[in-house]
Design a binder for this molecule. Structure first.
Ligand code: ASP
Length: 717
């Protein structure tokens, strides 16, 4: 009775998981989702059916994003911001594809994106028991994490042997409790087909990012190729377009306010099952430091590129991704405060603690779980500034990042395969090296010197940094840090592919005698980084055991099941095209139109509208693409699905599973989704398919793409 009452109270406070439309459902949960009630006309089997062809076969992951196959010839639609890195890497000041956009005139003109991969989910299997069988009483937390890691790798290797051509990846669903082995097809020859100019694809830039109303044409087309026999292969002239088992039907009629929509995609990370103590760590340490450090890096990179377009292009991709996270972190900080999420969760936890205490056996088993978790986050909070700055030292400064990758690769490769960091296992080594090689292309030593100098100066002010012998002499004062940065960057070759390849061919001993300044610095810092890595694993071991217990007792208390946090695996979410109210007396309607693009256009970045769009607007050239009720070309739609980063590029599907948009963002208030979803403010944003088709076919004349997608009226524009 008492617990029922508590459930009711928690429900009233909006704190019980799995309410309303909340939920990024894994495929295993689909049979339990009431699809009809959600306005979806398809059955669970039509969505996902590993033995047969289902809608999921038309969905793929494109690097960290999602994409959809929209033709039988491997054509993929995703976001402009998901293809951004490919567009940027193919751009130069002479051929500025970011600024001007890109249309491949024929298949042979499509541009290879060598650091892109496409992943398709084939099947999955719960392997929790097999993973957890290696955990023994008396193991230290570090031993526990390492044993689980090793078992996961073994199971992946075994599954790959049993399924040649497929890749196996184990995902932790509920920390310390459930593990699922996914089988994937990976395709490695990805090419850029069409990108609108950034003034369409990124219209509104950071001013509009994470905001509604939105007028961004955030879409692009890529194509994936295989070897002639259909197997996965890296780029080759002989490769042929991939033939997906299924592709999505494009529904030119789009959707209207109130219509049901659903998404399939690969949401990255959420933290809904984490405790109040975790949120406090985020609020007090990690988020504010992210904002501070990223704002500074963005400023420096923008300044470096202000008078030199070639430099601006090199930094464009990095600026964009840092700016995205920076603004999201600000939104989350604001959301944590405004929505009182920490307090609500603390309240929830004290109810739970009372339930635990009410029974002696329960108290014995779970009595100190919450406290144990809080102790880990308290430790992270105290060590956070130093740890985050050390991490940033090898992210903000690209040379240190490259140097670290080389030192780590060489040292890890000397270990038995199963003991290595996963990135450097035999099955991943060449892909990791390929990504490293491609990332060298954007290196700009003068900016890197500023980053290194700035990071050293910042570290100089952090407690504990002077205790690290390799850093101490570099931190004395700003001048010393500046000189050190200059010397280190001037004396390194880590930006050179040939040098990197040579280093990678060395043994750890041989590498140890390197005279390269940055490699030397990283070698000296390496023991510290290894210490941090082990510390992370120890914490992970502790948390994984504690969170496992927490979930168990929460399930007993709330008498409900939970949906696992997002973890980059395939998920389903549904909702409706719906307005929202971000503030008292303000209602924002859910469909933006071309009229809004024109109204926002100032001619100043980021509100420039390209000439061809203005001409088509003036000519009223909209036939076939108008929203019947609004009498305008719809640009973006707003809906209350449950999404996070990684859902970028996810297809927005109507009740029949037809493509009506491409998801790309959330409104500002919904940045907090990662910690808590809420029907009032959680809204996702997608580009309307009619805008995609209008821009692609009518404005930029790529009618062959519309034809390839089977869109009527493709000819005769
Ligand atoms: N625009 C977002 C991102 O890339 C998508 C989201 O998080 O909803 O992170």
């Amino acid at each position: 009775m008492r617990s029922c009452l508590l459930v009711l109270i928690l429900m009233a406070a909006g704190t019980v998981q799995m309410l309303a439309d909340d939920g990024m459902f894994p495929m295993s949960e689909l049979p339990r989702v009431k699809l009809r009630e959600r306005g979806i006309e398809l059955t669970a089997d039509q969505l996902f059916n590993p033995g047969e062809i289902s809608l999921v076969d038309g969905i793929c992951r494109v690097n960290g994003c999602t994409g959809s196959f929209v033709s039988e010839s491997g054509l993929i639609i995703t976001n402009h911001h998901c293809a951004f890195d490919a567009i940027q890497k193919a751009s130069s000041s002479e051929r500025d594809l970011l600024q001007n956009g890109f249309i491949a005139g024929s298949r042979s003109e499509e541009i290879p994106a060598p650091d892109y991969q496409v992943r398709i989910t084939e099947n999955y299997r719960d392997i929790s028991a097999e993973v957890l069988s290696v955990v023994q009483d008396g193991m230290s937390f570090l031993e526990r994490t390492k044993a689980i890691e090793k078992r996961r790798k073994q199971l992946e290797i075994e599954a790959e042997r049993a399924n040649p051509g497929l890749r196996a990846e184990v995902a932790e669903m509920f920390a310390g409790r459930t593990y699922v082995l996914f089988l994937y097809t990976y395709l490695r020859d990805v090419r850029l087909v069409f990108a609108p100019p950034a003034s369409v694809g990124n219209f509104g830039g950071e001013a509009d990012n994470w905001e509604w109303p939105r007028h961004t044409g955030d879409f692009s087309f890529m194509r994936v190729y295989t070897a002639p026999d259909g197997s996965s292969a890296t780029w080759s002239e002989k490769n042929v377009p991939y033939r997906p088992k299924r592709f999505l039907r494009v529904q030119q009629a789009g959707v209207d306010e109130g219509d049901a929509v659903f998404l399939l995609g690969y949401p990255g990370r959420t933290a809904r099952h984490r405790t109040a103590s975790f949120l406090e760590f985020e609020q007090a340490v990690r988020l504010p430091l992210t904002v501070q450090l990223y704002q500074w890096q963005i400023r420096e990179m923008e300044q470096a590129g202000a008078t030199d377009r070639a430099v601006a292009i090199r930094h464009a991709s990095r600026i964009k991704s840092l700016a995205n996270v920076e603004k999201r972190s600000r939104g989350q900080l604001q959301g944590l405060q405004r929505a009182g999420i920490v307090e609500k969760r603390r309240q929830q936890e004290s109810e739970l603690q009372a339930y635990i205490e009410s029974d002696a056996a329960r108290r014995q088993r779970f009595g100190d779980v919450l406290q144990g978790i809080a102790a880990v986050y308290a430790e992270m909070q105290a060590a956070g500034p130093l740890e985050i700055h050390l991490q940033q030292l090898r992210q903000a400064c690209r040379a240190v990042a490259f140097g670290f990758a080389v030192v780590d690769a060489v040292n890890e490769r000397a270990k038995p395969d199963l003991e290595r960091e996963s990135q450097w296992m035999d099955r991943n080594f060449s892909q990791s090296v390929q990504e490293l090689r491609v990332s060298l292309r954007d290196w700009h030593p003068p900016t890197d010197e500023v980053m290194l100098s700035g990071m050293l100066q910042r570290l100089g002010a952090i407690k504990g940094a002077h205790d690290i012998a390799a850093l101490k002499p570099l931190l004395e004062n700003a001048e010393v840090s500046g000189q050190a940065a200059q010397r280190l960057i001037a004396g390194t070759q880590v930006g050179d592919v040939g040098f990197i390849d040579k280093c990678l061919s060395l043994s750890p001993d041989q590498l140890r005698s390197s005279e390269d300044t940055v490699v030397r610095l990283v070698l000296d810092l390496y023991p510290e980084y290894l210490r941090l890595r082990e510390l992370d694993k120890t914490r992970e071991g502790r948390l994984s055991r504690l969170y496992g217990s927490l979930l168990e007792v929460k399930e007993q208390f709330l008498r409900t099941g939970f949906i696992p946090d997002a973890n980059g695996t395939l998920r389903f979410t549904s909702g409706h095209v719906k307005s929202y109210s971000p503030a008292d007396a303000v209602v924002r309607t859910p469909i933006s139109t071309l009229r809004g693009v024109i109204e926002k256009t100032t001619g100043q970045d980021p509100f420039i509208t390209p000439e061809p769009v203005l001409r088509a607007w003036q000519a009223g050239d909209f036939e076939g693409f108008l929203h019947p009720r609004l009498g305008q070309v719809p640009v973006a739609i707003l809906y209350d699905t449950d999404t996070t980063g990684g859902n970028s590029g996810s297809p927005v599907l109507n009740s029949r599973g037809e493509l009506v948009g491409v998801n790309f963002d959330r409104c500002f208030e919904a940045t907090i989704n990662d910690f808590a979803w809420n029907a009032d403010y959680s809204r996702s944003i997608g580009v309307d398919i009619r805008y995609v088709l209008w821009i692609t076919g009518r404005v930029y004349g790529a009618t062959e793409l519309l034809e390839e997608m089977g869109v009527k009226q493709a000819r005769g524009f």
